[in-house]
Ligand binder design. Sequence first.
Ligand code: XIL
Length: 458
Amino acid sequence: MRVASRVFAALAAAGLAFVVVSGVVDSSAAALPTASAPEPPIEELTPIRDTVVFPVGVAIDSRETEGATSELLLRHFDQVTPENAMKPESWYDAAHEFAPSPEIASLMDFAAANDLRVYGHVLVWHNQIPAWFFERADGTPLTTAPADQQILKDRMHDHIFAVAKYLSDNWGSFGGGNPVVAFDVVNEAVVEGASDNLGMRPSDWYRVLGERYVDLAFRYADEAFNQMYAAPGAAHPVALFINDYNTDQPTKRAVYLALIDRLLARGVPIDGIGHQFHVGLDVPVDNLARALDDSGGRGLVQAVTEMDVPTGTPPSDATFLEQGYYYRDAFRVFRDRADDLFSVTVWGLYDARSWRDSQGGPLVFDDALRAKPAYYGIVEGHADEAPLAEFLGGSGSTSPMLYVAGAALLASLGAAWLVWRRRHSAGVAGRAKVHPDAGVSADEALATLSRRLPPSGR
Ligand code: XIL
């Protein structure tokens, strides 16, 4: 063989080996399950939870407590948040009686059986709460009259204590085997642009009780979860969080932290600051770092409680790749601040289960339960998933285009050589498969490669 032929042969082999090894050839693309198809096998990937030092959580309902989804969950996560099951409305029947939804028991049983931590969500919120909470027995609205305020204080107290009692009666005392390790006590108490009231959201809680509703919620939660229903000798087993969205935005963060500072000044038993992080590709990852940094130094832990990153619509391979970088960089921020972090939770297991799926698949796994670039971004540098981590573009801000363009060049040189050989050598004439094991022709490989490439200018 002439030297030039050898060089071309090496290039062809390298190019096609790259294409195959790097996963650019997606031989499973046609295997999407239909509604009646058997459940997909779960990929044997490095568990996300093994790549971080903080607990990593996911929001679920009972659909994720069995079958393939539960297998995926148990492989990658060590904590769950009930997406809806523990919101105020889930604890009552139509007659206003305390009647916990069966969803709660499903989640708690699943967590107890599988040694998962439960991050409770949420005791006091203005959403997903029955209207009667804020009404007198005759259905008229509660006012700021002392008798009405007492009604609402009693309701809040009884709600929090009933939740703690039910959970400890059925799954053990807190700190004595109960899976619950934290609770969002108050959710979304502040809003931007409410300058007349220190940024407090004008919810019914606030309207009737004023800012002290937040204080009361934490005091009741502390008494119930960390005293009355705590295991003897357990020191403060349930971390009590305040939680909010847009904490990555400076104006929202300012009112949030100002409230937290007032709570601390009043000696309110708050343990943690929650950041929902319902962000998007347009929110700089730096903003997440700033949210965590600005919230530090108060002696409180922090949690990322509800992260999701929609791509915008329509989602594409290119935007999912960009999303992979986003998750990679966000988890770099989290790993760098691991000492402050109680946990990091994503708001759903796979795209179709996200409340924001219509904004462009925001989560880490796709609807066939396969890892998206987001997964490879999260574990990059912390797991052996090397080829696909390379597909994500290597380190720093290097564009994946350089890497992929190199591969494309090698592959096209290889293809050219094959055409030449086919025309000039009887020995290889008619052989469509360029690599006996790959099972793809050069043309097919190139077509697949170009389908997977981000459009130029990413
Ligand atoms: C969302 C759930 O994901 C949806 O299923 C539900 O319909 C509405 O609530 N902030 C919160 C979460 O604290 O409880 C919300 O969850 C998302 C925004």
